[in-house]
Design a protein. Structure first.
Length: 141
């Protein structure tokens, strides 16, 4: 069985899509190969890097990617999964192509406020939601 190609897309590619990509590549590499991108690539969220390190996954060397660059390169995917939070009126990007579209929304760790401890704790809560839902999706395929 060949691996299915998955693209996780959000706004900045700094948090949610990075975590989703890492979980698929870490736990489901036998079935999938994942990448991630954003419509306005930003900087990797340091709380996300720490939260992922706390579960043994190092994303500290990841870079943020532009969905536009992937489009211009003609990349194709079997699944295009948006992870933005439409409940917060966040605009989900559209990635052209023939891949199946899936939306699994999560709150944006970049929008968190408060002390560093509180922001890390909330990021870890979001991380755990992403892991559970993304891996459940992968199992269903």
């Amino acid at each position: 069985m060949s691996q299915k190609k998955v693209l996780f897309v959000c706004i900045h590619n700094s948090a949610r899509s990075q975590m989703a990509e890492a979980f698929i590549n870490h736990f489901a590499a036998d079935k999938f190969v994942a990448e991630s991108a954003g419509i306005e690539p930003g900087q990797l969220n340091p709380f996300v890097v720490k939260a992922m390190a706390n579960v043994g996954i190092d994303i500290s060397q990841n870079t943020t990617n532009s969905a536009r660059d992937f489009i211009d390169e003609g990349r194709t995917y079997d699944y295009i999964i948006t992870v933005c939070d439409e409940a917060s009126a966040e605009r989900c990007p559209v990635f052209p192509g023939s891949g199946a579209r899936v939306h699994i929304g999560f709150p944006d760790p970049s929008a968190l406020s408060g002390s560093d401890e509180k922001r890390l704790a909330e990021t870890e809560r979001i991380r755990d939601q992403i892991k559970a839902q993304i891996l459940a999706w992968a199992e269903s395929i």
